[in-house]
Design a protein around this ligand. Sequence first.
Ligand SMILES: *Cc1c(COP(=O)(O)O)cnc(C)c1O
Length: 395
Amino acid sequence: MSKNEEYQKEAETHLLHAYNRYPVVMDHGEGVYLYDVDGNKYLDFGAGIAVSALGYSNEEFKKALKDQIDKGIHFSNFFYSQALKDAAKAICKITDMEKVFLANSGTEANEGALKLARKYARMKGKEDCYEVISMNKAFHGRSMGALSVTGTKKYREPFEPLIRGVKFATFNDLESVKALVSSKTCAIILEAVQGEGGIYPATKEFMEGIRKICDEKDILMICDEIQCGMGRCGTMFAFEQFDIRPDVITMAKGVGNGATVGCFATSAEIAKALEPGDHGTTFGGNPLACRAVAETIHQFHKWNLISHVNEVGTYMKEQLLTLKESYDCITDVRGMGLMLGMEVTIPVGDICKKALEEGLIVLSAGHNVVRFVPPLILEKKHVDEMIRIMKKVLG
Ligand SMILES: *Cc1c(COP(=O)(O)O)cnc(C)c1O
């Protein structure tokens, strides 16, 4: 039996079967490659679901975390820490916001943002204002609150009843949003580029239209930048590509380069709605995660990663569009920066599986989209390598 088989069998004995994992036991990463316990090498276009932005060999990032482990990885929110101060400052800088709340995951970031929206309405004297408008195909997380605003019925239905007052509009259809707005609406939550739903970028009219509605009715616009943010789309946040600013930004995935962290950022005025006692977490803002956030953001600036994403992302999109010309099974290529989707007519699960056998990690999104969300340090030669393997897979 290979180590892959042996470890997999043992793990499955004890794990709740919540995931259909691939029969691969990962051991370590180097650059943009992962290696399993039997020494097989994989070119990583998944980045642990759009997380490992800096890849696996950033020595300064590793050194910062090791240093923090020596100092202490948890002190609790009874105290401040240097890492907490540094992370909060860095997040406010990149978001151009004034206040941030640190949590542990994307789900929790959205959960906090939803609580903030309800409390903000109360602060404004609107007692019966609790409804949230979300979008079809949106993904915001799996807790009861975040799940309530997730657009995929299949994820929600087994757990109903969920929180009250959530309505779903059609993404990129402004009229469908307007039809749902009422005096009870406290927030509109959306992704500037839908990730899990199938890599669907918002249109400029849609984003600007939502902003206008929110301004007119004093509704909070929450941009879930958990997947499309942190440089992935070629700007620090995807909403920057539209002429708007949200009231609340939620982040996770790439923000800690793999450290478990999520957060939401907002203005000082809106942040007043949450007072001591309203919201909290034991682990959120712990020094290990915060050190990871501060160092990740430092590395973004040091390597000018955003312009790198633009360069390699543009190249990759061109290559995928060329690939599309040769294969009838590819019906669309879309996305921005290094968040690209390839819509196909053949089962996307088969493509991911075959690619893995050929040493390439790609993800699926929606039901018919191959999703490419590689580490942001990816180079053009890796794109070429991916295209070579993809040709084999599609052939
Ligand atoms: C992944 C994701 C989430 C949930 O984040 P978790 O860290 O898995 O809780 C929420 N929103 C978007 C857009 C995501 O991609």
